[in-house]
Ligand binder design. Structure first.
Ligand SMILES: C[S@@+](CC[C@H](N)C(=O)[O-])C[C@H]1O[C@@H](n2cnc3c(N)ncnc32)[C@H](O)[C@@H]1O
Length: 217
């Protein structure tokens, strides 16, 4: 049996995105090394950092990309919301899962219009453009409207200090057994605390700093 995730053209585009990601991180480090410390973007100020890192992929790790495909397939998801699209690595994995589920929609979100445009082009090249809508601008605004009634997966990978706010925003639209997938979850203790203490979620640690929670309402 073939699947979209490991077949051409999606797998070729994903491999190229990972090559570009590696290069972008190398070039960013070189640029930062050549910049005086006081002129480097403040990593604790996410808006300033992301604005200075327009070329930086910050993509999910390869194991996480597989996990996203697997979770999309096994949950038979049809509607997915993504906080933080960047160049679309995670979006591609989610959309590949939707394709093999028979269709659906990933709603992505990205501050930087150049990144969003590049992601759209890559997803089209991967043959997945029809499954993806990427919303330009601050996700706290773009994800506050026009969401599907039943969101099956919420994937969090934008500014870590906004994770809980985004969960609260999307929560009214989550399906009763929705998954919340959180990259770099250790950087959002308030979200982890919320998921661990709520009767409505069952969270567990997965690979590579990812937490997965199932909704249990
Ligand atoms: C870690 S990267 C996402 C990587 C992407 N998920 C992937 O696997 O390729 C985080 C991205 O989220 C975007 N971002 C952060 N906060 C955001 C917000 N409030 N609204 C929209 N985009 C945001 C940043 O511009 C950055 O491109």
């Amino acid at each position: 049996m073939t699947n979209t995730f490991t077949s051409s053209p999606a797998a070729d585009v994903l491999a190229r995105l990972y090559e570009n990601a590696e290069r972008s991180h190398r070039e960013f480090s070189e640029r930062m090394d050549a910049t005086a410390p006081e002129q480097r973007p403040d990593v604790n100020n996410s808006r300033e950092f992301f604005a200075a890192a327009k070329d930086l992929y910050m993509a999910v790790r390869p194991d996480t990309s597989r996990l996203l495909y697997i979770l999309t397939r096994t949950s038979r998801a049809r509607a997915i919301v993504e906080f933080g699209t960047s160049f679309g690595v995670s979006t591609l994995c989610l959309a590949a899962g939707l394709r093999d589920n028979g269709g659906g929609r990933v709603i992505g979100s990205e501050y930087e219009p150049t990144k969003a445009a590049a992601a759209r082009a890559s997803l089209a090249e991967a043959g997945l453009g029809d499954l993806v809508e990427i919303r330009d601008g601050d996700a706290r605004e773009t994800l506050a409207r026009d969401l599907p009634d039943q969101v099956d997966i919420l994937f969090l990978d934008g500014a870590k200090e906004m994770y809980l706010e985004i969960v609260k925003l999307v929560e009214p639209n989550l399906s009763p057994t929705a998954l919340i997938v959180v990259d770099n979850s250790d950087r959002s203790p308030e979200l982890l605390d919320y998921l661990r203490t709520s009767d409505d979620y069952l969270p567990t640690a997965a690979a590579d700093g990812v937490t997965v929670a199932v909704r249990t309402v």
